[in-house]
Design a protein around this ligand. Structure first.
Ligand SMILES: C[S@@+](CC[C@H](N)C(=O)[O-])C[C@H]1O[C@@H](n2cnc3c(N)ncnc32)[C@H](O)[C@@H]1O
Length: 226
């Protein structure tokens, strides 16, 4: 996936990359930070935390990309003093130079955390690292299709590029794989609200919910392993 990318400024002022060849961007053009917080941190992480106040949350992200969603989850974990073990998969890592271009370090300068975004984004791949007392991270350079872990997860952030660009990541086999990767009552969240994806999730055994989406997006999906 060695397509050329250009930096764009989204509507909330935060930047992201756009890949014209795929007609895709790494985050919503209506707000990269807004979308990531709305869908993944609030409807995913905070939703799971409400049901499991005293448990460590084991999160799997499909698509580390810029690291923005991972870092926003780290900030929320620090704020809530909630322990997180985070695994993020990325088949085509961006370079540190590309990530730096997005200027996220300046965006989070006032965040009350022990690690700034630039230091965070240079953490090693394929190794367990502990950027804060609350956050254990493994970034894995691997395709989701090839990932076969021994452990299970409580929450999946499913953030592949759209189905028109990567149909192979939205089929019912992938939804079944997510189901198998999750613990009982585990939660799957995504920006995607496509009927075919929802049907794949239901077929896999999930209970699904269509929720109001972030700015610029009518709906999003959340699925629960029940
Ligand atoms: C929408 S972007 C993810 C954005 C990311 N969550 C962030 O906060 O920047 C989708 C990501 O999935 C990655 N990807 C594409 N195919 C993949 C695959 N088969 N397995 C794992 N990652 C993949 C892409 O390289 C890209 O970084």
């Amino acid at each position: 996936m060695n397509y050329s990318k250009c930096k764009i400024i989204t509507k909330d002022g935060s930047s992201t990359f756009r890949i014209d060849r795929l007609k895709e961007s790494y985050h919503s053009i209506h707000g990269a930070v807004t979308e990531s917080n709305f869908i993944y941190v609030n409807e995913g992480f905070n939703f799971w935390n409400l049901q499991n106040p005293n448990k460590t949350c084991r999160i799997l992200e499909l698509g580390y990309g810029t690291g923005l969603m991972t870092y926003l989850t780290l900030l929320e974990a620090s704020k809530k003093r909630k322990k997180v073990v985070f695994t993020s998969l990325e088949a085509f890592p961006l370079t540190n130079v590309e990530i730096k271009l997005l200027g996220y370090n300046d965006l989070f300068q006032d965040s009350n955390t022990t690690i700034d975004f630039n230091t965070f984004s240079k953490l090693s791949w394929d190794k367990l690292v502990l950027p804060t007392n609350f956050f254990k991270l493994t970034k894995k350079q691997i395709r989701f299709e090839d990932f076969n872990p021994q452990t299970s997860f409580d929450l999946i952030y499913y953030d592949a590029f759209g189905a028109h660009a990567q149909p192979e990541l939205w089929n019912s086999e992938c939804m079944k794989k997510c189901f198998d990767l999750l613990s009982n009552k585990g939660v799957w969240v995504s920006y995607c609200a496509k009927g075919s994806v929802r049907r794949g999730l239901n077929e896999a055994g999930f209970s699904t919910q269509r929720l109001p989406g972030p700015p610029g997006k009518r709906e999003m999906l959340r699925a629960i392993k029940s």
